[in-house]
Write a protein that binds this ligand. Structure first.
Ligand SMILES: Cc1cc2nc3c(=O)[nH]c(=O)nc-3n(C[C@H](O)[C@H](O)[C@H](O)COP(=O)(O)OP(=O)(O)OC[C@H]3O[C@@H](n4cnc5c(N)ncnc54)[C@H](O)[C@@H]3O)c2cc1C
Length: 482
């Protein structure tokens, strides 16, 4: 019998599991996909928001500001690639400047630190490629960027090191609740999954786009997820220095949320759009999406050239109304819903972890802290971000660091093997952990080699190696010449 089962291995479920790993409670994290971070958490802007664009008094605003602080605190022990780059919300006329002052006031009320309205001259000195028509901006120094999937893996790896059981390919299909007045919390839940049966006294639903379906399994039907699609466009790394800060326009119905950012690995990125779709699996991009993103991005930085776009993707925000819905359900005591975690969910995740732990404790879960927690995860090597001298030392120690598998992103055989050792079983899993296959050639050069390494290291035939799990296998026969 588990004390707590967390459903959903995205950033939110991983953060909840990570927080629970500090206490002496038996916890399991269940994920339906073959690997963690294959849901919404794989496809977003990767921004650790300061908290500037949230309604005053909103739960998401409060948890965003707290999450921004917690990410910094966790950075060292979880070996996160968090980089504080600062953001500018850019105004082009007096009306927009007035709106900046209002946004500053609202953000300060939420506790966002260090805000400043900066002048046209400041912008010319500090953001040289910004449109010269910009007249002022709201500067938030605490905005940062992070690799969203590596954030999930760090949270989950640390939770696992501290005793949380992680089960992938384990889809929760239905849940039974038995009332047990002698049990803490008053309930015993039996979760029927594709990976067998689990029993637990508490269940936390972090199911992202499917949080409404999981909630309905408990008879709580008040949550309706309406996916809001965001299309994002990635530019070549050679344009890495096109901006210094994250750049947002003052929000209008056409531009809200669209920005110029860069990934933590150095590619500039523009987007995302925001429009409602019906299909929870629709990750297509559109010509209109590209046009809208370019319109807003080029107004901010006229030098952005569509010819520099090397990749694009869409993500779906799991929205239900405007705010996060995080609550213990009276209808099913012991069941906690964590739903509607749209942006800034990546930022807020560690704070959500704490918030949920508080809810569980108030519903009767005894949470004795562990005397010693081994939170520190082993440091991951990334040759692409390492000075050459340091990389040469590594190659001298282990020649597999000198065997470059992915040339675009400089990823070695050793890194690919380490990613597999850490749990990657698919091409996407290797890509998210190492960046192999994420460069300009989109894996044309390295895919076959990585498939072969995956096959050798996991003992599976090459025909079973997939892009992102069952149904996305690439090879039809046992030959792969790479
Ligand atoms: C385009 C876009 C840009 C964004 N940009 C930012 C940003 O820059 N900064 C920021 O802070 N936020 C951003 N967000 C929001 C952020 O990505 C999300 O809030 C966050 O990733 C949600 O995480 P999650 O764990 O709730 O969902 P998910 O990552 O989807 O995790 C839920 C998991 O539950 C699993 N699951 C579902 N049903 C079951 C079941 N029955 N059994 C077992 N497992 C199940 C799914 O497979 C999934 O892995 C953005 C979102 C989008 C779409």
């Amino acid at each position: 019998m588990h004390n707590v089962i967390v459903i959903g291995g995205g950033v939110v479920g991983a953060a909840v599991a990570n927080q629970l790993s500090h206490y002496r409670v038996r916890t399991a994290l269940l994920e339906k996909e073959q690997e963690l971070s294959f849901g919404v958490s794989k496809a977003n802007s990767g921004i650790i928001h300061p908290g500037t664009q949230n309604p005053a008094n909103s739960l998401k605003g409060r948890l965003c500001v707290e999450g921004n602080l917690l990410v910094r605190e966790m950075s060292e022990e979880l070996d996160l690639d968090f980089q504080e780059v600062g953001e500018l919300i850019v105004a082009f006329d007096d009306g927009e400047v007035a709106r900046l002052w209002q946004m500053k006031q609202e953000a300060e009320a939420l506790g966002v630190p260090g805000l400043e309205i900066v002048s046209r001259d400041w912008l010319r000195d500090n953001e040289p490629n910004l449109n010269r028509d910009a007249v002022a901006a709201l500067y938030a120094p605490t905005a940062g960027i992070i690799s969203p999937y590596r954030f999930v893996y760090a949270l989950a790896d640390s939770a696992a090191l501290n005793g949380v059981e992680v089960h992938t390919s384990t889809k929760v299909e239905w849940i039974e609740r038995t009332v047990d007045s002698h049990a803490v919390g008053g309930s015993v839940f039996t979760l029927h999954t594709t990976g067998g049966e689990f029993r637990s006294r508490y269940v936390v639903n972090c199911g992202g786009l499917y949080a409404d379906d999981i909630s309905a399994m408990m008879g709580v039907r008040s949550i309706h997820i309406r996916p809001r699609k965001g299309e994002e466009y990635i530019l070549d790394k050679k344009r890495r220095y096109i901006t210094r800060h994250l750049l947002f326009p003052v929000p209008t119905p056409d531009s809200k949320g669209i920005l110029v950012t860069r990934t933590s690995d150095g590619n500039p990125m523009i987007g995302p759009t925001a429009y409602v779709v019906d299909d929870k699996e629709d990750l297509s991009t559109t010509d209109e999406g590209l046009r809208q993103v370019l319109r807003v991005a080029q107004r901010l930085v006229p030098a952005i050239d569509p010819a520099d776009i090397i990749a694009y993707f869409a993500g779906l925000r799991p929205a239900t109304g405007e705010d996060f819905v995080i609550r213990s359900e009276d209808k099913a005591p012991g069941f906690v819903n964590v739903a509607g975690i749209q942006s800034p969910g990546l930022t807020a995740a560690p704070a959500i972890g704490r918030y949920v732990t508080g809810l569980l404790s108030r519903s009767g879960l005894n949470l004795p802290p562990k005397r010693r927690t081994r939170t520190r995860v082993p440091k991951t090597v990334h040759l692409f971000s390492m000075p050459t001298a340091e990389a040469s030392e590594l190659v001298a120690k282990d020649p597999e660091y000198g065997d470059i598998v992915c040339r675009c992103e400089t990823v070695s055989l050793r890194e690919v093997k380490d990613a597999i050792g850490a749990g990657a079983t698919t091409l996407d899993g290797v890509k998210y952990r190492t960046r192999a296959g994420a460069g300009r050639c989109h894996g044309s050069f390295c895919t076959c080699r990585i498939m072969r390494v995956l096959s050798e290291e996991t003992g599976q035939p090459v025909t079973a190696i997939s892009k992102r799990g069952k149904g996305s296998e690439l090879a039809v026969e046992e030959r792969c010449d790479g």
